[in-house]
Design a protein around this ligand. Structure first.
Ligand code: 13P
Length: 252
């Protein structure tokens, strides 16, 4: 499946001063980076600053959201050309917190995914079910419906897309999915995504309460090509530990 991808989503956290210390502690705790792609997604206000801190490193920059129009009267929004100008290569799209608190839905997610690809950035399409849905045995159907919708407007050649399976019940709860659960869902995701995107261009991530302690289990699981980390990405040493683990994983 190629190089693992480890993304840190800072969510609405971070400051000018704090980000400097955080990047420094990631860098100093990082073993020789190995065969792994690392990306950090700070809030919009820190993109420029974090981007310049990362310029001398191999770590890539990503955004937590985007608006699909290039420019215009869309107060409060940020466009793909703006993100490109900041040096972003990745964009999280459809994170469950955007869906839950800010009215993001399958239709807007699909438009954003397609626009991100059109502009040559890599979308990280986030999908995931609630606990009640999983308990009712409808988790896979729900996630695959989100996926189908999210990919529905893609056209032309897709260079790269990442899909993050983030079960809502595992986000910020300390209760991660098991590697087996993540692997089973990502297998189903992969099989469906393959119809839309060439197999080699899809990167599959697990997210939800990832820690240095449980990361190895996820990274060793079939179909898991990396992780999307939240809380732990705010701790330099822990995030670097996960990255180093991923860099030492041997893929078959
Ligand atoms: P936590 O790692 O804090 O559970 O967050 C996961 C997440 O939402 C990453 O996008």
């Amino acid at each position: 499946m190629g190089r693992p991808l480890i993304i840190g989503n800072w969510k609405m956290n971070g400051s000018l001063k704090g980000s400097e210390a955080l990047i420094r502690s990631i860098q100093s705790a990082l073993d020789a980076q190995g065969e792994v792609d690392l990306c950090i997604c700070p809030p919009f206000t820190l993109l420029s600053h974090v981007g310049s801190l990362l310029a001398a490193t191999e770590i890539k920059l990503g955004a937590q959201d985007v608006y699909h129009e290039d420019s215009g009267a869309y107060t409060g929004e940020v466009s793909l050309p703006m993100l490109k100008e900041m040096g972003c290569q990745y964009v999280l799209v459809g994170h469950s917190e955007r869906r839950q608190y800010f009215g993001e839905n399958d239709a807007s997610v699909a438009i954003k995914v397609a626009a991100t690809v059109r502009h040559g950035l890599t979308p990280v399409l986030c999908v995931g079910e609630e606990l009640a849905t999983r308990r009712a045995n409808r988790g896979e159907d729900y996630v695959l419906a989100q996926l189908m919708a999210g990919l529905s407007l893609l056209e032309g050649e897709v260079k790269e897309i990442a899909i993050a399976y983030e079960p809502i019940w595992a986000i910020g709860t300390g209760q991660a999915a098991t590697p087996l659960q993540a692997s089973a869902m990502l297998r189903a995701i992969y099989q469906l995504a393959r119809n839309k995107v060439p197999a080699g261009q899809v990167r599959l991530l697990y997210g939800g309460s990832v820690t240095p302690e449980n990361a190895a289990g996820f990274l060793a699981a079939e179909f898991v090509g990396g992780v999307l980390a939240g809380g732990v990405s705010l701790k330099g040493e822990s995030f670097a530990q996960i990255a180093s683990l991923a860099g030492s994983k041997t893929y078959v």
